[in-house]
Structure formats: C-alpha cells, structure tokens
Design a protein around this ligand. Sequence first.
Ligand code: SAH
Length: 220
Amino acid sequence: MRSARAPGIGMTSQRTRDRMVQRLRERGIADERVLSAMAAVPRHVFVEEALASRAYEDNALPIGFGQTISQPYVVAKMIEILLQNNKSGKVLEVGTGCGYQAAVLAHVFEEVYSVERIKALLERARGNLIGLRLANLRLAYADGGDGLPAAAPFDAIVAAAAAREIPAKLREQLAVGGRMILPLHAGDAQRLVLVERSGRAFRESELDAVHFVPFEAGKA
Ligand code: SAH
C-alpha cells in the first residue's frame, strides 16, 4: 500500500521537501525554475515505501535492478547547467530509472523525452509518474546510445548513467545552441561533462566529480 504517497505526511510532507530545497540553495543552486521544480516533485513517490522517510535526504537511493535514484543536488545541478542558455524547449533524458528526474524536467522544459533500457524499470517509472499527470513527458523503451531520432533535435540532453565516451548519436541529435550534460568515466573516477553545440562545433568542459551507475549498451 502506498496510501501516504499523495499529499505526504511527516517525512514526506511539503515542509520536508521545502527543507530539501533550502539545502539545495545553501549548496549553491540558484535558478528559481529549478528550485521550484524540485519543490513541486514528490521524490518519495519514486522510492520504495520503506525508503520514503529518507527520500528528502541529499543521497542516491536504490530503486531495484542494481540502479539508483539520483541525488537531488546532482539532479538540480545538471538541470541548472542545461538551462544556462535559456533554451527550455525540448529535452532528452537517457536513463529514466524510477522517473524522478524526468518529472523534474517536465516542470522546466516544454517537452520531455526520457528513454530507459530496462523494460521492467520503465514500467515502474510509468506507475510512479501516473498520478503526477505530466502531459508534456513521454517515456520510451530504448537504448539511449541511439538517442531518440524520431524526436530530435533536442535543445538539451542529459544522461543519468556514466559512459566511457560521448555517444556520437547523442552529439548529432543536439540542436545548434543546445547543451548536453553527462557523466563520463575518467580513469577510476567520473566527471560531469558539458557539451555545447554552436553550428558544427562542439565545446566540451569538465565539471564536478560525480558517481553514477554505468551506461550500458542494448536493451534489457
Ligand atoms: N534518472 C533517474 C536515474 C536513474 S539511474 C533518476 O531520476 O533518479 C540511471 C538509469 O540509466 C538506469 O535505470 C539504467 O538502466 C539506465 N541506463 C543505463 N544505460 C542506458 C542506456 N544505454 N539507455 C537507456 N538507459 C540506460
């Protein structure tokens, strides 16, 4: 039973969520579009009931299938960086997982596409998202290494799994003036990398150290 999910009580209340947002501000997230999206999306809906009381701590948590829900700070930071060019049209997320970041994206972008390679997880995400009624969000069962050609080009692309190198098809599906942010392996560590497209040129910059699950090929 997930009866406590909708309005949220105690550790899953709006007040608890607002405290999480306050901590994001203190850590340096300043874009009000991002902060209000983080305040709006009930993160506890995306984790198992047994973990719901920990949903507003700033940590990654397990979501089954060896995967995790991303840490709130990292979700906020990635979206804040994507929005720095003020293009909030169409975004592609690679790695829907439980659907949390997709829901946050749906509060700031006009159109959101999110792909996941593990079918059972995608179905779980659909279940988690159903009550939120996000009409501008579309999920697809696909290998994100192929991007989503039918919906390309994208103003923004965000990956929630760490690849060894930037997938060429994702690069191609980035609109001119668009931004992509993704974690990449760098030796034993991982770093967020920002890719900015201007015309045919791509500029890459390395940002914070992070820890994501691996980007894997093919569907499961
Ligand atoms: N966005 C999620 C994080 C999910 S974890 C959140 O809001 O918390 C990352 C997800 O990426 C996992 O579910 C994993 O299955 C998925 N993934 C890894 N490689 C992928 C690929 N090539 N295509 C699509 N999804 C992929």
